[in-house]
Design a protein. Structure first.
Lengths: 242, 288, 335
């Protein structure tokens, strides 16, 4: 069976700086692929390239065999690709429920249906309590869950999560791990950028390691983790988050 | 169309362009520092012109003498504006920032009209008057001196921003506010300084304009529009960009008025803005 | 909790006192010409209603969709000129002219919007300011529509409804405008509860996130602009039929573009009734200051407007009604 997402030769340059160079990896349906790398390795840029927020200078992105390279972000998301952002983007002048409704509206035009789906999504991430608050009233951890709920309300096939555990407290991390595993159970394909090594080792089926914009390893977690280039660039210099 | 006429238009366009540039650089400084577009900028120019006028009408002070006074007064106004108004607006969403400075402009313009009527004023018998002849070209002395002073101001500004510690602090704050604060550069003071310098430039430009331009409550509007065009053209935040863009606009306006119908010259400048902004959104040197 | 949440009303309900107030206001509006019978009071209310419609138009493109247009007067003028030119030169009823105006304004919105709406906020605002100024200059020099002298709407004393001119009393005119405003506000009310309305608000708050949720950014911006242009155009046509004279300096003036912005920001940008409240405050302020201060009244009201807006933006940028609306949407306990 062909992979759901295939990325080959993806490259992005800004003037003299190469943000991404020849990135190659694939994601099978129902799989969790983690992306690791030091700051500035080009992880978020990769997400932008895959989801259409930036135009690649080279390479291809295939979604279920279809070439989606360089398409507009809204077109790509309508094909069933959701994403969260590292720098959170809640709709601050909408309530939490309304935020998620916007996600549900991606595939329905009935407001009642959208609202109910939104509520389900919020229940899943455990934010129902705050459903009538405005998004600007939420804490960082809550906003992360909101963004996740919003993307999930789209009923996507693939979701790209950017640093879901960043800035979140210990207890919530365990909850998030459970959430992600549950999503996998439901058949969602997930690509996650993560700094927290424990989380990614626990969750990922395969890991892509980036350094200075280049892929330096791609494969099973144990294999990637013991790859000398990875240890050199990343694991050796970054504290394991406890 | 004689070559002399064209040369005349070029020279006078460039001289006027220097004034546009000086007005624009104030806008661009403020935006570069704190990402606020001062929609009341034209009104501050108008106030500068009136200040110079009243110094002359009531105090007998020639604009060349009141120049430093007006500049300082406008700089103080800038500091007051920042601490009194802008500091609050910075926390508000962009819509509020636009509307806030807009409202300020409306109030200032209407206030001027209320206090001084919509009548047009001029400064008659300024110290600098008359024309000089350079080859086949006639240039008004006020325009010539204005151009020179604008250039000097730019040079002084450039020197200040690139060679003094405070100036570098301004640049740092403009580029990365938080990083600058972390290394000890006082953000608030930099903002206030930006306003002071920005409006100080407007003060200089206004005083110079008062020597040869009509002074009335609405005079700022058109200059503001042209300044917006200059800033967008040159790139928000770029001093050099403002200078070049101002010159370009002065040139286009002057030549456009000569070669086409004079009443269309504003349209031409606006067309220039739209073309640049659509095809090169960051302007010539801008970061935004 | 999910069951409880699902059982909640889809749309929040305003507190009883607000609904009662609203109903009273509507009753008052309907009975107004018979309660206040002077020609001036009719004139005042007609102006308030027209501006309420115009401010709502700005609310659609800016308050709801986040695109700060400073050139709404463009569409006001197009509406006024469309109906007047068609009537004066071809005898076509202003009602048809109304439709044509809406169409032309929508087209203008597309023409202006497609290249400029992709610009960042400030750039777009300045672009609309410049284009508005440019359009004014063009109309002031366009001989076919009367250039700077403008146009007169030919007087017809027969068939007032057909010609949309009432010469014996302002009252029928009042009700027509009231009807138009009611329709406009109904449209916006529905819009805010619709899929499109939510998508526009998402676009306003976070365009990137909106795009990642399937919203075509450029298309939606232009759509919002078109709707707002059509509303402005309707106001323009009615205004032309009211004053019966077209002056390009007035119609395309930046002042109109600014005033609709000021009204909405004051009343509450993004709320439904904010624009109406803003109009209800600022129009009488303007008219009465003109009466009390004579010629200089024109400037005093502007001074007050400007200061008022500055204060609102400094202290309560979301406007007067935002607080109430927030409480309603948050389904908080109502006072």
């Amino acid at each position: 069976m062909s992979p759901l997402l295939e990325v080959s030769g993806l490259t992005k340059r800004y003037g003299g700086v190469t943000a991404n160079a020849d990135i190659v990896f694939d994601v099978n349906e129902g799989e969790i692929v983690g992306i690791i790398g030091p700051n500035g390795a080009g992880k978020s840029t990769l997400f932008d390239l895959v989801t259409g927020f930036q135009q690649p200078d080279g390479g291809r992105v295939l979604l279920d065999g279809h070439d989606i390279t360089g398409l507009r972000p809204d077109r790509i998301s309508r094909l069933g690709v959701a994403r969260t952002f590292q720098k959170l983007k809640p709709f601050i002048d909408l309530t939490v429920t309304e935020n998620v409704i916007v996600g549900a509206l991606a595939h329905t035009s009935d407001m009642k249906t959208a609202r109910d789906q939104a509520l389900e999504s919020l229940a899943f991430v455990n934010l129902l309590e705050k459903r009538n608050n405005f998004a600007r009233e939420l804490s960082t951890g809550q906003r992360k869950r909101l963004e996740l709920a919003r993307g999930l309300a789209m009923s996507p096939r693939l979701i790209l999560m950017d640093e879901v555990t960043g800035g979140v407290d210990q207890r919530s991390i365990a909850e998030l791990i459970a959430l992600v595993l549950e999503l996998k159970q439901r058949g969602l394909t997930i690509v996650m950028i993560e700094h927290n090594m424990q989380v990614i080792m626990r969750l990922a089926d395969r890991i892509l390691a980036l350094h200075a914009g280049r892929p330096i390893a791609f494969g099973a977690p144990e294999q990637v983790r013991s790859e000398p280039a990875v240890v050199d660039a990343y694991l050796g210099t970054v504290d394991d988050a406890a | 169309m004689s070559r002399d006429l064209i040369l005349q238009a070029v020279i006078s366009g460039l001289l006027m362009g220097l004034i546009y540039a000086l007005v624009a650089v104030g806008l661009t400084l403020i935006f570069g520092l704190m990402e606020i577009v001062n929609f009341a900028h034209g009104e501050f120019l108008m106030l500068a012109m009136f200040t110079a006028f009243w110094f002359w009408a009531l105090g007998g002070l020639d604009p060349m003498l009141s120049l430093p006074l007006v500049a300082i007064l406008l700089a103080v106004a800038g500091i007051l504006a920042h601490f009194g108004i802008i500091r609050r607006l910075l926390k508000a969403p962009m819509l509020a920032q636009v509307c806030g400075t807009f409202g300020l402009g409306v109030a200032l313009r209407a206030g001027a009209q209320f206090l001084w009527t919509p009548d047009f004023r001029t400064i008659t018998n300024p110290f600098i008057a008359g024309r000089v002849q350079i080859g086949p070209i006639f240039i008004g002395q006020p325009q010539l001196i204005s151009g020179g002073i604008c250039l000097l101001s730019f040079a002084a500004l450039w020197w200040f921003v690139t060679r003094t510690e405070t100036g570098l602090g301004l640049q740092a704050t403009a580029q990365d506010r938080q990083a600058a604060a972390v290394i000890g550069i006082p953000t608030e003071r930099m903002f206030a300084l930006g306003w002071a310098i920005g409006l100080g430039c407007v003060g200089i430009a206004g005083t110079m304009l008062s020597t040869f331009y009509y002074i009335f409550s609405d005079v700022g509007t058109n200059f503001a529009l042209l300044a917006f065009v200059a800033v967008a053209l040159g790139g928000f935040g770029s001093i050099l960009g403002s200078l070049l863009a101002g010159l370009l606009i002065g040139l286009v306006e002057s030549l456009g008025g000569l070669l086409l119908d004079p009443s269309y010259k504003t349209l031409i400048v606006f067309g220039l803005y739209l073309t640049v902004v659509i095809f090169r959104p960051h302007g010539l040197f801008g970061r935004f | 909790m999910l069951e409880k949440a699902r059982a909640e009303r889809l749309w929040p309900r305003p507190p009883l006192w607000a609904s009662a107030l609203g109903a009273a206001a509507i009753a008052l509006l309907i009975a107004y010409p018979f309660i206040f019978t002077t020609s001036f009071s009719h004139h005042l209310m007609i102006l308030i209603l027209l501006y309420a419609l115009m401010a709502q138009s700005w609310n659609v493109v800016a308050g709801l969709s986040g695109q700060i247009s400073l050139g709404q007067a463009i569409f006001f003028g197009i509406g006024a000129y469309s109906s007047t030119v068609l009537f004066a030169k071809y005898g076509i009823t202003p009602w048809a002219g109304l439709m044509v105006g809406m169409l032309l304004s929508a087209l203008a919105a597309v023409a202006i919007g497609v290249p400029t709406l992709r610009l960042r906020g400030h750039y777009f605002a300045i672009a609309t300011l410049l284009i508005g100024s440019g359009v004014q200059i063009v109309f002031q020099r366009w001989d076919w529509v009367g250039a700077a002298s403008g146009l007169y709407v030919p007087i017809e004393r027969t068939s007032p409804l057909f010609y949309l001119q009432f010469h014996t009393s302002k009252v029928p005119y009042y009700y027509l405008v009231l009807g138009a405003v009611a329709i406009g506000y109904l449209v916006v009310w529905k819009l805010r509860r619709s899929r499109l309305g939510f998508r526009l608000q998402a676009l306003r708050d976070e365009p990137d996130a909106a795009a990642s949720l399937g919203i075509a950014i450029a298309r939606h911006k232009v759509l919002a602009f078109m709707i707002s242009a059509a509303m402005m155009s309707v106001a323009g046509t009615f205004y032309a039929q009211y004053v019966l004279v077209l002056d390009p300096e007035r119609l395309f003036s930046a002042e109109i573009s600014i005033i609709v912005l000021l009204m909405t920001v004051l009343g509450g940008s993004g709320t439904l009734w904010g624009p109406a409240l803003g109009a209800a405050i600022l129009v009488p302020l303007s008219e009465y200051s003109r009466i009390w201060f004579g010629g200089t009244g024109r400037t005093i009201d502007l001074i007050l407007y400007g200061i008022l807006i500055l204060l609102v933006c400094m202290w309560r940028p979301s406007g007067i009604l935002s607080l109430l609306e927030e409480r309603i949407r948050r389904r908080a306990e109502m006072p």
